[in-house]
Ligand binder design. Structure first.
Ligand code: DLL
Length: 434
């Protein structure tokens, strides 16, 4: 199951040669065309010709989200706006969004890469793919849409929301592939059940989940509920959107399209490049983009790279699941905690469901971590002793993993908020005088 086997299985030296050539072209182009980069380079006396080896990429300063904001909306584009045929923007929670632009060639490459990524999971032109991402400035829906069409699959551009209708159409159209966030897929299964439809009995066979993190346990749960192969893919608007990396059917790390992006892992504190295999912040450089080429973009996503050959035959490096973002790491009572660690613990306990909420507040100058979590079976809540025993079990397990105490509140099924897009499970009230 390959889309472009010659590109996906290149020997490492060939990948590196291609990367260097494309990196040098990109660096020369941005130096000529983007005042932001020229200024950055000139400030440190760096010239495009100083990039002689791949390792020389480390001489280039990082680009961060604020650089894009400061040059809002089109200041970092490397082509005049009339050559841009599509704009997208990332949803900034505060202030202006970051705007990204694509030329015709960029869009062509984007759909090629998404087609490649979905074929890796086993999707083919015979599939019917329901795209339950929000259409709009978000890159997720359009990215998957054009990639799946490029492959020749049947695309159902249903977007998010109206979940009962999603289930009805999924059944009537015989959708075989679901494209969504993992949290929305979980919610959809619940809605199907409430309609008396067993998700496993529907035609779905592959889930293409992305745009937010998911633990291995969460994906396993989705596989069980829907009777599918739950695969994950990763991307970010600033670099391209979905299609940067994705699971193959072996599900042992997401292959990065290294012929278009150069990944590095850095220590988020010092900015130093870390050796292969070590966990740190992912930094990405685009090497074929025309509209908005970006050098050494700090994604803030924590992951690691595995250069071992994959059993699927691909040589493209694999990135591990994103452990969290440097900016969503919580510091609770001085201890570093990633929400994904909490999710792993919760998902390993049978009596509780995949719906939870993490609340952090400050009481008398002390941080308090509180976790609200739905039990899978409401009857549990009737038995006080069983409930107490379960709360204790969860608290113990959390303590072993996180090294801190958490207050655990078990709540009835279907009472916590559900998400149609990226889930927001952390409520940090410490800055709100609570
Ligand atoms: O979420 C692009 C995308 C759409 C990827 C659909 C995959 C599928 P943004 O809205 O710019 O773009 O958000 C990018 O989302 O830096 C990560 O923190 C997070 N993210 C995306 N995919 C994953 C994933 C799209 N598989 C930000 N695991 C990124 C964990 C992910 N986090």
């Amino acid at each position: 199951m390959f889309w472009a086997k010659d590109l996906e299985c290149m020997p490492r030296e060939q990948i590196q040669r291609l990367q260097l050539e494309r990196l040098q072209n990109t660096v020369s182009r941005v130096y000529e065309r983007v005042p932001f980069y020229r200024k950055r380079f000139d400030e440190i006396g760096l010239k495009p010709e100083h990039i002689r080896t791949l390792k020389d990429i480390e001489k280039i300063p990082f680009t961060v989200k604020d650089d894009l904001r400061a040059n809002y909306p089109y200041g970092m584009f490397a082509v005049p706006i009339n050559r841009i045929v599509r704009l997208h923007a990332s949803s900034g929670t505060t202030g202006k969004p970051t705007v990204v632009g694509y030329t015709k060639k960029d869009l062509k490459i984007w759909s090629e890469l998404v087609a490649r990524m979905v074929v890796e999971t086993g999707v083919s032109e015979n599939d019917i793919a329901q795209i339950s991402f929000g259409y709009g400035l978000f890159t997720g829906a359009f990215g998957l849409h054009y990639g799946l069409e490029r492959l020749g699959a049947t695309v159902v551009p249903i977007s998010t929301g109206n979940t009962e209708r999603q289930i009805m159409l999924m059944k009537d159209f015989g959708s075989t592939v679901l494209v969504s966030t993992p949290s929305y897929a979980m919610y959809m299964a619940e809605v199907a059940e409430s309609l008396g439809i067993e998700p496993r009995k529907l035609n779905l066979r592959i889930g293409l989940f992305g745009s937010e993190g998911s633990t291995e346990e969460m994906l396993k749960e989705l596989e069980k509920k829907w009777g599918i192969l739950a695969t994950e893919n990763y991307g970010l608007s600033e670099i391209m959107g979905p299609g940067i990396s994705g699971d193959c059917h072996m599900r042992c790390g997401m292959h990065i399209a290294e012929d278009h992006f150069i990944p590095e892992i850095i220590d988020p504190k010092t900015g130093e490049t870390l050796p292969p295999g070590e966990e740190g912040e992912l930094v990405l450089t685009t090497i074929t983009k025309e509209g908005l080429p970006i050098l050494r973009y700090r994604t803030r996503d924590i992951t690691s790279l595995n250069y071992e050959p994959c059993p699927c035959g691909r040589t493209l490096v694999r990135m591990s699941k994103v452990q969290g973002r440097t900016d969503d790491m919580l510091i609770i009572k001085g201890v570093n905690v990633f929400p994904s660690q909490i999710e792993s613990v919760l998902m390993s306990i049978d009596e509780v469901g995949p719906h939870y909420e993490i609340v952090i507040r400050r009481e008398k100058y002390l941080d308090v971590l509180e976790i609200n979590i739905e039990v899978s079976d409401a009857r549990l809540l009737d038995k006080f002793s069983a409930l107490e025993a379960l709360e204790n079990k969860i608290r113990q397990k959390l303590k072993t993993i996180l090294q801190i105490d958490a207050k655990v509140n078990l709540v009835e099924p279907h009472t916590l908020k559900r998400f149609e897009g990226k889930a927001k499970r952390v409520i940090d009230m410490r800055n709100k005088n609570n």
